[in-house]
Design a protein around this ligand. Structure first.
Ligand code: NAP
Length: 298
C-alpha cells in the first residue's frame, strides 16, 4: 500500500472539539446554547440509531437536543405541524427530519417546510440554490465533510481535475458544486456515463457516491490521486457481513496518494458536519459572525 489513509474519525474528533469550543462564547452572548431538533417518524432500526447518536453528540458538544419520535401512523399534516412548531421555536436553531420517511409521507414537502435558516441537513431547495449561486447557506453534511477532508489533505483544490461519481441531490450534486466553488474542473458521472474507467483515470480527485460495492476498480485510479469514498454497501465476505465502499480499496490504495477507508473515512464526518451546521445556524440566527471551525492550512 502506498496511499496515506485519511482518518475521518480523528478529523471528526478534532472538529468536534472546535465546535464544542464555540459554545461557551455563544451562550455568554445570547444567554442560551444552540439547539438541534431531530425528528424521527416510525421505527426503522437504522434511523433510530442515527437519531439517537445525533442527539447524544449534540449534548456531548454542549448543545441542547430536542428529540421528537413520532409513530409510523403520523400523517403528513401532523408532521408539517411539528415542523411549523420547530420553525417558530426560538430555542431551535437546526431541524433535521431523518430520512427516509415511512411510505405515504412526502419527504420533499417536509424538507420544503423547514425554515432554510434552520435547514442543517442542507437539503432545502433554497440551500441547494444558494450553494449553486455561491451565496452563504447551509451545505449538505456529507459533501461538506468530504470537502473538509480534501482540503485538510491537499490544501488548495484550485485547478485540480475532479470527478464525482453519482449525482443525487443529497450527495453527488452538492459535492460537485463544492468542488466547483473551490475552482476544481469537475466531471459529474452517473449511471448513463460512457467509459467511466477512462474518466476516473484522468482525475486527480475522485469522489465516489454511488452505493455499489467496489464498482470503481483500483486499476482505474490515476497514480497519486486523492480518493474520497462515500458509498457504503454491506457484502458477504468469508462468511461475515462487511461494510465496503464504492472503491476497490486494497487495489486503489496501491495507486492513490491518499484514500478514505470504509468504515472510518467519510462516515464519522457526516454527524460532525451536522453539528457544525447547527452551530453555524445558531450564530447566524443570533446575528453573530460565523465561528471559525474549519480553516484550510495554506
Ligand atoms: P442515490 O440517490 O442512490 O444515488 C446514486 C447515484 O449513483 C445516482 O446518481 C446514480 O446515477 C449513480 N450511479 C448508479 N449506478 C452507477 C454506475 N454504474 N455508474 C455511475 N454512476 C452510477 O445514492 P446517494 O444517496 O447519493 O448515496 C450514495 C452512496 O453514499 C450510498 O451508498 C449511501 O449509503 C452513501 N452515503 C454515505 C453517507 C455517509 O455518511 N457515509 C452519507 C450519505 C450517503 P443516476 O442518477 O443516473 O441514477
Amino acid at each position: 500500500m502506498t496511499a496515506t489513509i485519511i482518518d475521518g474519525k480523528a478529523f471528526a474528533d478534532g472538529l468536534g472539539q472546535k465546535i464544542a469550543g464555540t459554545i461557551p462564547a455563544f451562550e455568554e452572548q445570547t444567554g442560551r446554547r444552540p439547539g438541534l431538533a431531530v425528528v424521527l417518524v416510525g421505527t426503522d432500526p437504522a434511523s433510530e440509531i442515527y437519531v439517537r447518536s445525533k442527539g447524544r453528540m449534540a449534548r456531548k458538544l454542549g448543545m441542547v437536543s430536542f428529540e421528537h419520535v413520532l409513530p409510523e401512523t403520523t400523517t403528513q399534516d401532523e408532521l408539517l405541524a411539528l415542523v411549523a412548531r420547530l420553525n417558530a421555536d426560538d430555542r431551535v436553531d437546526g431541524i433535521l427530519v431523518q430520512l427516509p420517511l415511512p411510505k405515504g409521507l412526502d419527504s420533499l414537502a417536509v424538507i420544503e417546510a423547514i425554515d432554510p435558516g434552520k435547514d442543517v441537513d442542507g437539503l432545502h431547495p433554497i440551500s441547494a440554490g444558494r450553494l449553486a449561486s455561491g451565496l452563504p447557506g447551509l451545505v449538505s453534511c456529507t459533501p461538506l465533510g468530504c470537502i473538509m477532508l480534501l482540503e485538510a489533505t491537499l490544501g488548495s483544490l484550485a485547478g485540480r481535475d475532479a470527478i464525482v461519481v453519482g449525482r443525487s441531490i443529497l450527495v453527488g450534486k452538492p459535492m460537485a458544486q463544492l468542488l466547483l466553488a473551490r475552482d476544481c474542473t469537475v466531471t459529474i458521472a452517473h449511471s448513463r456515463t460512457s467509459d467511466l474507467p477512462a474518466k476516473v483515470a484522468r482525475a486527480e480527485i475522485v469522489v465516489a457516491a454511488v452505493g455499489a460495492a467496489e464498482m470503481i476498480r483500483g486499476a482505474w485510479i490515476k497514480p497519486g490521486a486523492t480518493v474520497i469514498d462515500i458509498g457504503t454497501s454491506r457484502v458477504e465476505r468469508d462468511g461475515h457481513r462487511k461494510l465496503v465502499g464504492d472503491v476497490e480499496f486494497d487495489a486503489a490504495a496501491t495507486r492513490a496518494g491518499a484514500i478514505t477507508p470504509v468504515p472510518g473515512g467519510v462516515g464519522p464526518m457526516t454527524i460532525m458536519t451536522l453539528m457544525h451546521n447547527a452551530v453555524l445556524a445558531a450564530h447566524r440566527r443570533a446575528g453573530l459572525p460565523d465561528p471559525v471551525i474549519f480553516e484550510r492550512e495554506d
